[in-house]
Design a protein around this ligand. Structure first.
Ligand SMILES: [Zn+2]
Length: 491
């Protein structure tokens, strides 16, 4: 009893220290997660406890040293509050592009970010920090070491064990996601590109092309392809849309599939310098523009950067945010580029039908109900998941139709190609989402549209693509098809 009494101050200090960190930092990673019902909240609460437990393990060892704790903890705590404030208030995601924003933004621009709530948050954080540091300096030095070392070590080991069992178990949340993003920011891109394509011959001087790089769309959930629900009311109404029902890919995650789609890489190829479709289009005199509603991943960032211009509409919110902009936001910058003259290749990189589905469409697209109401998948029904997923396609239908309506007004021959990077598991084999191995992921949506003047100028190109729409084919067709439609030849 006497011994426990002596350990009490240390236990209290660490409880308050960790509670403060939950309040100011780690809690921000859970604040926006949509949850429904007691069970879902309990599961995420346990996750938060486990995550904070691992942080507590690391902190215990730091707290054993007076000056390292004072200095290092102060720096980290205040720096992390800079991230967590935006995670709390704006649901931003900690990604390499955010780190880039932090490290490369000029101080005068950064000053604009300081608002009254931001200032108040920091004032509270500094007060808490001063309180904790004072308390720490009063603690008996290294008392209880024998009792606490083993549990603290066990908590640290728990981090590595659980992270090994499931990648991203802790790493995608504060505080660990900052370390991951910093590491990725400084890491060199693994991709080798041939930036100077030879023998490029351009035959046209007036084509406007929009390439829509889709996300997570299964071909078999398109009304256009005979799905039992009419998920494509607007596109189905038109008679000028070509949709492929049997196009296959072997790539089931964005990081491997997007580089393959945007370069001359074949599905079976690896390890050689690849040529970006944009490098070829640039050489052929096209103005190339990348408009993205996804934060860039290092897997395809160097390819996207071969565009003449790159703009991201919602730079600081990735798929880990629940308050992301809708893809329609990309139409405005697209409009202003379409207004300019000359040959154009505009790419729109969608967030598409990526999980969390309810953040991918507006209320008027909620055709199928009931929809998902919790991020905890086991507590949802199959109907809820499929309904929400199908509603994202109702949104896609309107989005693509909006693009087509704009291109219809162009006098120059124009076309739109939509290709999704992979599909999605909707309960097949009891599994959901993607990044796994299953046929449901390997048949992405692929949709083409051509303007009247394009059809008049290139009747054979259009006819050939129409004839292929029901034939089995692979994503290898995308690169040569894009170049052929841009009327570019490589000799
Ligand atoms: Zn993807």
């Amino acid at each position: 009893m006497e011994r426990l009494k002596k350990l009490k101050p240390i236990i209290y200090f660490h409880l308050v220290l960790n509670a403060t960190i939950v309040l100011f930092i780690t809690g921000a990673s859970y604040y926006h997660v949509p949850l429904e019902g007691f069970k879902d909240h309990a599961i995420y609460f346990l996750h938060l406890c486990a995550l904070q437990g691992t942080v507590a393990g690391f902190l215990y060892f730091l707290s054993l040293f007076k000056w390292p704790f004072r200095i290092l903890f102060s720096i980290l705590f205040l720096a992390y509050c800079g991230f967590s404030f935006w995670a709390y208030s704006q649901d931003i995601s900690i990604t390499p592009s955010l780190i880039q924003g932090v490290l490369e933004t000029k101080p005068d621009i950064a000053v604009d970010l300081v608002t009254i709530p931001y200032f108040m948050f920091y004032l509270a954080a500094v007060t808490a920090l001063v309180f904790l540091l004072k308390w720490h300096s009063r603690l008996p030095k290294r008392r209880g070491l024998k009792v606490f070392v083993a549990p603290a070590l066990a908590l640290i080991i728990m981090f590595y064990v659980l992270e090994r069992r499931q990648f991203g178990f802790f790493k995608f949340r504060l505080p660990y996601n900052v370390a991951v993003a910093v590491e990725e920011y400084f890491e060199k891109a693994p991709l080798e590109l041939n930036l100077d394509p030879k023998g490029v011959v351009s035959r046209s001087d007036s084509i406007k092309a929009v390439f829509v790089l889709g996300e997570t769309l299964r071909a078999d959930h398109l009304g256009l392809n005979g799905y039992s629900r009419n998920t494509t009311p607007l596109l189905s109404e038109r008679n000028d849309v070509i949709s492929y029902s049997k196009l296959f890919t072997s790539k089931t995650i964005t990081a491997t599939s997007v580089p393959q789609m945007l370069t001359d890489q074949k599905l079976e190829d690896s390890n050689r310098p690849f040529t970006s479709v944009y490098s070829v289009a640039n050489t052929a005199g096209f103005k190339t523009t990348w408009i993205g509603n996804q934060t860039m991943e290092k897997s395809y960032l160097p390819i996207a950067e071969t565009n003449g211009e790159v703009m991201l509409v919602d730079k600081y919110r990735s798929v880990f945010s629940f308050d992301k902009e809708l893809d329609g936001v990309m139409l405005k910058p697209m409009d202003s580029i379409l207004k300019t003259s000359g040959k154009q290749l505009i790419t729109l990189h969608m967030i598409g039908s990526h999980w969390w589905y309810e953040n991918r469409y507006e209320d008027q697209h909620r055709v199928f109900t009931p929809v998902i109401d919790s991020k905890y998948i086991p507590s949802l029904t199959r109907d809820q998941l499929v309904n929400s997923y199908d509603n994202t396609i109702i949104y896609l239908d309107e989005f693509l139709n909006d693009i087509i309506t704009r291109l219809e007004k162009e006098e120059t021959p124009s076309f739109m190609i939509y290709a999704s990077d992979h599909g999605e598991l909707l309960g097949e084999g009891g599994k959901w989402l993607h990044a796994q191995e299953d046929d449901a992921l390997k048949n992405p949506g692929y949709i083409l549209w051509f303007s009247e003047s394009f059809r008049i100028n290139y009747p054979f190109k259009v006819k050939a693509l129409e004839e292929l729409s029901d034939e089995p084919t692979t994503m290898d067709v995308l690169y040569p098809t894009l170049l052929d439609l841009l009327d570019i030849e490589i000799q």
